[in-house]
Design a protein around this ligand. Structure first.
Ligand code: ATP
Ligand code: MG
Length: 452
């Protein structure tokens, strides 16, 4: 009890800035206003015109300073949701406990929230110190102190182009050091997700975690189990789509954080070729993210879990199960096990299954089935997945390419391709799929069309 009180005190001591905030002019932060969302600027201007303070905050400021393109723009203000909403034509208040306003401009939503203070007092935390309620409006200084890392607690004023920095975040950001605001252990206990965030920002920025911020993570890793599964899913997804997914997974493993999240990661890496498969999949994802393309969570999780599904599929086939049936059973058991820790949403699960199930069908399709498959909404993803497997030398690359060409072709060309294929391989899979292919080390587990 006394220990907690001292910790709280020390935490607050740390989190209150030694002197007032630094106000950095443009030369010091280097943000080019042309890279800032005009809608976010608009929100700030309107609020400012009404006499409120308003700043762009969080990830957008961090990313702009290091020259990355922000995913989205958030605004923080001293206006309350009820004061914000009437100022915009399309704005809605969202959230129950802590309300904030979504200001909508066509496709873009500017999330606008009121400065917030941390809820103090023991009654607001669970027995591990996890904050269950934090819904008090506060000052800008309090708002800065309740943010996680110094580099995430920056406020950009787009009107006079100043950055307001309470915790020397710009300096940390330039050094690429992820440093917790306040006492790291206490802040991880309040919200264990911050452990994941620390790893993610370090990977994303190609930086490091400050030693004091890093130290408690391995020790507190089990606390991640108390976080609701749906929130974990969101964070893991952010981690896997930050453009440095493999680095993140390695960091996760190094500190033992994966145990409570993706317990199957260990198994996957133990699997023959498992690590290579995940690496290939994540490299593709990273490349897509970095070139600004969208990525599909279903594809990502289908790839992460594939080696396990494939292994069980083979085992079930070997025990005499019908191939398609075996694949379904394998998929069910892997998904069921995995989602105990991490809630993969049902719609994603359904897509993952479709991607997997089509892998069996690629092996033994006749003309009619090929047409049917090509019409399925997940066909494209499943063909991409087949490409990935070819890259991992799990299936023949000529076969994978045939399907890719089919996916890219118009209907007339498809017709020709399917006809040619039929003429060539009566009853066999397209272009060499039936050939056994040997992997570099030993024969890879491969789907077993012959057992169908
Ligand atoms: P991303 O680029 O992934 O969006 P982000 O930093 O913007 O990164 P968000 O989850 O969008 O992350 O959060 C916006 C801001 O809210 C953060 O920059 C940080 O200041 C604050 N924040 C988010 N999550 C936490 C948390 N768990 N604890 C404390 N502050 C947080
Ligand atoms: Mg953000």
């Amino acid at each position: 009890m006394l220990k907690e009180t001292i910790k709280n005190f020390v935490g607050r001591l740390f989190s209150s800035p030694a002197r007032g905030p630094e106000r950095l002019p443009r030369e010091k932060h280097g943000i080019d206003r042309r890279n800032v969302s005009r809608h976010a600027i608009k929100v700030c201007e309107v609020l400012r015109h009404e006499g409120f303070d308003a700043y762009i905050v969080g990830g957008a400021v961090r990313d702009l300073i290091v020259g990355l393109e922000p995913k989205d723009f958030d605004v923080a203000t001293n206006a309350t949701p009820n004061q914000i909403r009437p100022l915009f034509r399309r704005a809605r208040i969202i959230g129950k406990r802590f309300q904030l306003v979504h200001v909508v401009f066509g496709q873009e939503i500017i999330e606008t929230s009121t400065f917030r203070a941390n809820a103090a007092g023991d009654e607001d935390t669970d027995e591990h110190g996890r904050i269950l309620r934090d819904n008090l409006f506060g000052s800008q200084e309090e708002d800065a102190a309740r943010r996680d890392f110094t580099l995430n607690a920056l406020y950009y004023d787009p009107i006079n182009e100043e950055v307001i920095d309470y915790h020397r975040g710009v300096s940390d950001l330039k050094k690429r050091v992820v440093r917790m605001i306040g006492d790291p252990e206490q802040r991880y206990r309040e919200d264990p997700v911050r452990m994941l965030r620390a790893l993610r920002f370090a990977a994303k920025l190609n930086g490091t975690i400050d030693p004091a911020t890093r130290e408690p993570i391995a020790r507190l890793a089990p606390l991640i189990e108390n976080v609701p599964a749906s929130r974990l899913f969101d964070e893991i997804l952010k981690l896997l789509t930050c453009g440095h997914a493999m680095d993140c997974l390695r960091h996760l493993q190094a500190v033992g954080l994966h145990q409570g999240l993706l317990p199957l990661i260990d198994l996957i890496f133990e699997e023959d070729g498992g690590e290579q498969f995940v690496e290939l999949a994540l490299a593709r994802t990273d490349a897509r993210v970095r070139s600004g393309k969208t990525i599909s969570p279903s594809f990502l999780f289908a790839a992460l879990l594939w080696k396990l599904v494939n292994k069980r599929w083979q085992e079930l086939c070997a025990s005499g199960e019908h191939s398609a049936q075996a694949l379904m059973m394998a998929a069910d058991s892997v998904v069921e096990e995995q989602t105990r820790k991490l809630a993969i949403q049902r719609r994603f699960q359904a897509d993952m299954r479709e991607i997997w199930f089509m892998q069996a069908r690629f092996e033994r399709a006749n003309a009619k089935a090929i047409w049917r498959m090509a019409e399925q909404p997940r066909f494209r993803a499943a063909v991409d997945f087949l490409q990935l497997r070819a890259e991992a030398r799990e299936v023949d690359s000529v076969q994978a390419q045939w399907w890719m060409d089919l996916a890219n072709a118009d209907d007339a060309t498809r017709g020709e391709m399917i006809e040619a294929y039929q003429a060539q391989n009566r009853g066999r899979a397209p272009a060499g799929a039936g050939k056994r292919r040997r992997g570099p080390r030993r024969r890879q587990a491969r789907p077993a069309p012959s057992q169908a």
